[in-house]
Design a binder for this molecule. Structure first.
Ligand SMILES: [Zn+2]
Length: 194
């Protein structure tokens, strides 16, 4: 298949201990329904995603992009799956690490360019399933926003001080956004006017 969408996941397990090998064993031994077993990918992994990003930011490619993997039901047929180790819901890991966000951003940029996938076709898994995946701490646009190129960055310290922001950017669609810190995460980016 030629990917048309990118679907981002979390493992819904502890960020620090969920290695790609642990997910490989879990997916290998799992009953996927009615005794179904996931086939091993051409790269030798049972992992259901194409890419896996560990807490350190290490990225493992677990399947060729052309292979259909088992991460998003009916959307498997035209979607790449990228999974972050962690559980980004209330009562669990708070957020992906900066290293994970950096790796995810680079991977999303690379794959979106390679297959001409626009940011608007980068989704959290929950868009297609009755799940919270990739975790409710990040908004639906969080992953997509990682590759939206801001322009016209406002760096005037007077503005930054006035809005208590580290960065003010104007997005291509004309929205002005206010950011605290360098990592755009839920609750720290808001539209101040349009
Ligand atoms: Zn998921």
């Amino acid at each position: 298949m030629i990917p048309k969408n990118i679907i981002v996941h979390h493992t819904a397990s502890a960020r620090d201990t969920t290695t790609v090998q642990a997910v490989d064993r879990y997916h290998r031994d799992k009953d996927w329904g009615g005794g179904a077993r996931i086939p091993k990918s051409s790269l030798g992994w049972y992992v259901a995603y194409h890419y896996f990003i560990e807490v350190t930011g290490a990225v493992t490619q677990c399947a060729d992009d052309s292979e259909i993997r088992w991460h998003a039901a009916e959307r498997n047929i035209d979607s790449l799956g990228i999974c972050l180790a962690g559980w980004f819901d209330d009562g669990h890991d708070t957020l992906p690490t900066p290293a994970q966000v950096k790796s995810l951003t680079e991977l999303l940029k690379f794959k979106s360019k390679q297959y001409s996938i626009p940011a608007s076709q980068i989704y959290p898994h929950r868009k297609f399933a009755n799940k919270t995946c990739y975790g409710l701490h990040m908004g639906d646009d969080w992953a997509a926003n990682l590759i939206r190129t801001p322009y016209n960055q406002i760096t005037d310290p007077k503005f930054l001080k006035r809005y208590k922001a580290d960065q003010i950017v104007k997005l291509p669609d004309g929205k002005i956004v206010l950011k605290k810190g360098v990592v755009p995460i839920a609750g720290t980016t808001k539209v101040i006017y349009q």
